[in-house]
Design a protein around this ligand. Structure first.
Ligand SMILES: *Cc1c(COP(=O)(O)O)cnc(C)c1O
Length: 215
């Protein structure tokens, strides 16, 4: 699959859901991919990329991003509080806000540096013990806490359990967002982005379908 094929599939899914053209943002997930593949996708015009580790993103994009002011980098992996500052300096969006300590740290640094990336709260819709994210029952309270900290909340993010039908998880996330007045929905990956778009995704995170399998 190429970038253009994926963009076409996104456009088709948006149209068949009866949603306005351009209402879904494609985040090309470049984590672990060799630089030549990432450069090819950059050359094809993609400007929004997702990474799951701060360190890896830094070394990759210091080189690839040099001299480009139109790049938009999104952190989609877990964030340790001691890396929050670095992450806030390099990413335009963070999709993995998932606990009070991290929210408070981000708020403190945002006060200090006068700016903050767009934030998504990660919800563990399948309540999987090994997975990050607030539990669905705790989401309303955590959203309220983040708002009290004046954080720029853009929406919610989820990663459905690998072996489950993702649609109920997307619907659960969309319901939590709606009742809390949040518009952003970061959901859908290579195998399920069309289903996510049908459920209202505003941001899809697609890696292997664009770049090929990761080693
Ligand atoms: C790796 C990753 C993706 C992309 O997965 P693909 O199946 O390669 O599209 C999306 N979201 C998160 C959080 C990831 O870690």
């Amino acid at each position: 699959m190429s970038l253009i094929d994926i963009q076409d599939r996104i456009d088709a899914a948006v149209a068949s859901a009866g949603r306005p053209p351009g209402s879904v943002t494609l985040i090309a997930v470049s984590k672990i991919q060799p630089s030549d593949r990432v450069r090819a996708v950059l050359d094809a015009g993609q400007r929004i990329f997702g990474e799951n580790r701060v360190q890896e993103a830094q070394s990759r994009w210091t080189e690839l991003g040099a001299g480009r002011d139109d790049l938009e980098l999104h952190l989609i992996g877990p964030l340790q509080t001691n890396k929050a500052r670095q992450a806030m300096e390099m990413f335009q969006a963070i999709h993995s806000v998932d606990r009070p300590k991290l929210a408070k740290t981000i708020a403190r640094i945002a006060d200090e540096i006068g700016t903050c990336p767009d934030l998504f709260i990660q919800v563990n819709t399948g309540a999987e013990p090994q997975k990050a994210g607030v539990l669905p029952d705790d989401a309303d309270g955590f959203i309220r806490d983040c708002r009290e900290l004046d954080l720029p909340l853009k929406g919610l993010m989820c990663i459905p359990p690998a072996d489950a039908d993702p649609t109920p998880h997307f619907q659960l996330l969309a319901g939590i967002a709606e009742r809390n007045g949040l518009v952003g929905l970061s959901m859908g990956m290579s195998g399920d982005f069309e289903a996510a778009i049908a459920c209202g995704a505003t941001h899809v995170r697609v890696g292997s379908a664009i770049f090929g399998a990761r080693d």
